[in-house]
Ligand binder design. Structure first.
Ligand SMILES: O=C(O)C1=C[C@@H](OP(=O)(O)O)[C@@H](O)[C@H](O)C1
Ligand SMILES: C=C(OP(=O)(O)O)C(=O)O
Length: 432
């Protein structure tokens, strides 16, 4: 198994922030549903984005051209889409990507064709009940392995009222929003419990708008989607990813000076919350002409409500573990159904490095320390756990070995390369 050994060092320099994974999924799907040719620029081929692109190809879209930008190594895609889609393969492999699976299922049940969804790792068991309830209500055929993947579907979604729980995953609401405009009458999504990860839904509405689709927010708890809409083809450039920038921002605060470039100031990304969190913890964070800069600072503890920004919890836990006082993470129960049980994973592994973190049912209590010790830790095959541990290494007294370091490929294949570009000392090793 691939592992990395990190010699603790501060990180300094500028980083070309990777493109937003969340926006990339949405833009590729929208381009595929639009009649004609669209261009999607600034794509990083992470495993999750590959799954979405391959999935859309299975549904008949054509990837006419992939052009690499020689400066950034990122790609510009020319996509020929169109609805109705022409199913080329009846099996869609979502690998470990929750977004791919939950965005594709409603699209698959627009087509009345047999389609089977497969996946790996924790994705096999991540919840899908919100969709199963809709299928039961509408008489859509589906077959699972006791609720888990593989999932086989066949049927045709009907417009109407969709009561949906808002606190399991916002990805169900985004998935429905992608498909419902293509039905022949209006639909309404009505939240039956408060919507968490709300800004991911706002992001879906924004990308849909750019592709000519209108979704109306009626109140905080319901969305109106007119039927018989058509996706319009066009050009979309993906902005930088705040979830990934969060790792470098915390790295700057813990021991360096880092400028993250290509971050939109008025972004709809949920994880822009990292800027507010660092500011409130008294970190030195500044807007620069090209991005956001963080500089080594003494930070203090705070209480962080994770309900709207779950993906930054692992890296915020690292910051809390190295801040003065007791940081509390609350409303974070959904972290247990991500690529790993992230509350357990980050608490267990940071404690191995010498942190003092107590796990609660829906959060964490983190007693801050000046330094951590170092040692051997596990990624739990979770990209955000691997990257968080790599950043924690900056303030360790001894080297840190991360087992299964390839987990980063799910969202950020160039993470180790960028870590070294910033002056980090990383040695690749293999362990059984
Ligand atoms: O819509 C999206 O792009 C995402 C929504 C969030 O999921 P939940 O709504 O399940 O929290 C987030 O954790 C995930 O990484 C990406
Ligand atoms: C949870 C994540 O993604 P997904 O739900 O798409 O697998 C993530 O990127 O942290």
């Amino acid at each position: 198994m691939k592992c990395v050994k990190i010699i603790p060092k501060s990180l300094k320099g500028s980083i070309e922030t990777p493109p937003s994974k969340s926006i990339s999924h949405r833009a590729i799907i929208c381009a595929g549903l639009a009649n004609g040719i669209s261009k999607v620029e600034n794509i990083e081929f992470s495993k999750d984005i590959e799954a979405t692109l391959e999935g859309m190809k299975a549904l008949g879209i054509k990837l006419l051209e992939t052009k690499e930008n020689s400066d950034t190594g990122r790609h510009s895609l020319t996509i020929e889409g169109g609805f109705p889609l022409k199913v080329m393969q009846d099996q869609i492999d979502c690998n470990e990507s929750g977004s791919t699976l939950r965005f594709f299922i409603p699209i698959a049940v627009l087509l009345n064709k047999n389609i089977t969804f497969t996946g790996r790792g924790k994705l096999v068991e991540r919840p899908l009940d919100v969709y199963y309830e809709i299928f039961d209500r509408q008489g859509i055929f589906y077959e699972t392995n006791q609720g888990k993947l593989p999932l086989k579907v066949k049927g045709k979604l009907k417009p109407g009222i969709f009561p949906v729980q808002g606190d399991i995953s916002s990805q169900f609401i985004s998935g429905l929003m992608l498909a419902l405009p293509l039905l022949d009458a209006s639909s309404k999504i009505v939240m039956t419990t408060p919507l968490e990860s709300r800004r991911y839904v706002d992001l879906t509405i924004e990308v849909l708008r750019k592709f000519g689709i209108d979704v109306k927010k009626e109140k905080d708890s319901s969305f109106l989607i007119k039927g018989s809409q058509t996706y319009k083809n066009g050009f979309y450039r993906i902005e930088g990813d705040y979830s990934q920038a969060a790792f470098w921002m915390v790295a700057g605060i813990l021991g360096g000076d880092i400028n993250c470039m290509d971050l939109k100031k008025n972004s709809l990304q949920a994880d822009q919350a990292i800027v507010d969190i660092i500011t409130k913890m008294s970190g030195n964070i500044q807007n620069t002409f090209q991005g956001i800069r963080t500089i080594k600072s003494d930070t203090k503890a705070m209480v962080i409500d994770a309900s709207q920004c779950p993906d930054i919890v692992p890296i915020v836990t690292v910051l809390g573990a190295l801040s003065n006082g007791t940081t509390k993470i609350t409303n974070a129960e959904r972290l247990r159904i991500k690529e790993s049980d992230r509350l357990k994973a980050i608490a267990t592994e940071l404690n191995k490095l010498g942190a003092n973190i107590k796990e609660l049912k829906d959060g964490l209590i983190i007693e801050g320390r000046k330094k951590l010790r170092g040692g051997v830790v596990e990624s739990w095959n979770d990209h955000r756990i691997a990257m968080s541990l790599a950043i924690a290494a900056i303030r360790c007294e001894q080297p840190v070995t991360i087992v299964n370091s390839d987990a980063v490929n799910k969202s950020y294949p160039k993470f180790w390369e960028d870590y070294q570009k910033l002056g980090g000392q990383v040695e690749e090793i293999f362990m059984d």
